[in-house]
Design a protein. Sequence first.
Length: 391
Amino acid sequence: MDAPDSMRAVPAECEVLLRAAHRTPDTETLCRIRFDWGRCRALAGHHGMTPLVVRVLSRSGTRACPPHIWNQLMEEARAIAIENFSATAELFAIIEDLDEAGIAALAVKGPVAGIALYGDVALRPFQDLDVLIAPEDRDRTIERLAARGYQPLFNLDAAGWRRYFRRYIELTCIHPRTGAAVDLHWALLDPRYRYSAVLAGFGARAVSLHVGARRIRTLCAEDMLVYCLLHAAKHQWRLLRWLVDAALLIETYDDLDWGAIAVAVAGASGCRQMMAVGFRLLELLFGLSVTGLAGHWIVGDARADELAQEAFRFLIRPDVPAASGQAWPWTEPCYRSLCPRDRLRYTYDTLIAPTPLEWMAVSLPEWLGWLYPAFRIARLTAKHAWRGRRG
């Protein structure tokens, strides 16, 4: 990944992060950059890139780094490594347990990304273990996780669980003793959105990743790239590490089938612009140039370029952005990249559709379930009014 022209507009602290994201970082150039060490450490932690920064500084020399900041970076990287190794072992144990029960499972993101893209599971922080199973195996998988001590994040009654499974495609389960979290998926993307068709048939294309004597199934490289970019879009392109995943994937797999990616995107209404924004960001941040059929998505797409430039300016801020509350959906970058139908669905899901918070707050029988949307609107209105008074 060569340094893009846009690097000239990047604050020095962010430049360190972007250059650290290379598989073979340019340590000579990094040694010449003058930056605020404390600010760089804070940004690395925010974007989930502390291990990468520690790796590159270890190679380029740490003489200029204040000892107390270097010690903090090392402690943070060591804590991430210990947690990641423990979580990876737990992932293998869960996959083996499910396999014994005849449940075929795929692992996505997390340890798989660390091994396949970073070459070291300790280099990519993650908060949970993402396990993907077939919809028909959902209930049995939840039972197997419960036998291992995992409990669903939400405490719902029978009617609440029926509502939950009708709407959602994933469930977070927490181990109360270890704090480990498993994000169980029975679909990769929400089928209610038109762009979800881009990953249709991913199971047939899944591949096996060998880790020592172990084998774990995951997405093929093309599907993994599409999923990485859509995941970054889902989170409004607000963290560098999701885009680093995609950049490293392109660099690692030089035989990607761009034609297959282009055909899949063309067949999924409303997906193209989200992908175009992602690829344009990879170009702005890392100098990656997408060629072939996929390259045409970002040529002449003024809307995608506008959204990418907006996300780029946010990502290269020299300070950690302040935490913000829930925004109105139409103000979010991802919303503006969706097709009209998906925008309506996104607005409904964000503002009207009831969530487990409403189901836990008020238990209503099925025949009164139509009252939940009104309850959610009232709750959100009260929350925004309270924030407005505080502001």
